[in-house]
Design a binder for this molecule. Sequence first.
Ligand code: ACO
Length: 383
Amino acid sequence: MGFLTNEGQTYSRGLEGVVAAISAVSAIDGQEGRLIYRGVDIEALAEYSTFEETAYFLLFGSLPNKSELEQFSAELRDAREIHPRVKEHLKVLPSDPHPMDVLKLVVSHLALYDPDKQRMDREAKIRKSIRTIAQFPTIIAHYNHARHGEEFIPPNPELSHAANFLYMLTGNVPDEENARIFDIALILHMDHGMNASTFATMVTASTLSDIHSAIVSGIGTLKGPLHGGANERVLKMLDEIGSVEKAEEFVLKSLQERKKIMGFGHRVYKSYDPRARILKQYAERLSEKYGDTKWIEMGKKIEEVMIREVGRKGIFPNVDFYSGIVYHFLGIPRDLFTPIFAMGRVVGWVTHVLEYLQANRIFRPRAIYNGPLDVEYIPIEKR
Ligand code: ACO
């Protein structure tokens, strides 16, 4: 066996088309623009379900009955608080890091205080997963207050997962419509097949590392602008464009310079992302409600030009394009958009990890070596 036994091996750049697992969690039909969670279309979940119910559905594989849902919601509610030492730590962090970096740090920190930290069995992994799902909103809202030198707003047990986050962030109990729209946004972000951050969590978990480490891998991977970081950049782009009249010229110039338009394109979808269609509708509704249509008008113009120019290449708006406009009207600071994506996606991460661990095999792909052979080692004094 030599180093160059690569004959017959296939290489797929960016693992395109490679099947890395068998999963019953979610599936995407990229041609039809269809997304299902455990067989149910995303449109139905967005219309009728809640964060708590969909999270249960993903984690445990079937829709909960009333008492199961009540119990699961209570478990989430009871786990919202974070350890006092971690709260103190939040207060001494610098105020300028990206909140995704803080999320990574705090999840690692919370792992040190987790009551099941010494346990690696499945039941303990499920408990740690539920606790972490419950704690994400608290971490994000608390850090936002800490970095502005403000007091933390404790979780409100009367409120749902979605409404409680908006409350902890803004200090106001959101109206029913805003809470519901945010709940839907979390459902839409909860899972998406073998996306980069889910794969990252699975790679970490496949070494039989702990669930917190797997989640930290997911956070770090989601942060990048080609993945969850795109939502924040969409609003930056809208700022740069400035007005609907300038949108067409901006898109044409960017395409000419081969620059990517954030919030467009997808490895799997070659048609309209169904999540973007739902979020667009809520971005329109909130623009109308708050009497500020500048963002949505710009968004719609960019969409029109992009579909006209590159729609034939399968480039359409993805989930990140309209979500930023929705979050803007819900009073969420821009650098929290990607942490909010993580707040939904953490459910998908742990679900895939728990599923994969039932028939675990360490992920260990190969690379084709194309470097030199038989290079003589030259001692440093002779170089
Ligand atoms: N704007 C302009 N052109 C685009 C865009 C875009 N947003 N996305 C893809 N293209 C073009 C590429 O330039 C390339 O064109 P070419 O074949 O003429 O060279 C072709 O479409 C294929 O693009 P790739 O980057 O190779 O596609 P890939 O599957 O590797 O990447 C990705 C998918 C990363 C999502 C890409 O479309 C992109 O960078 N989009 C912008 C960032 C973004 O919105 N990310 C969020 C994705 S969804 C999510 O993670 C939640």
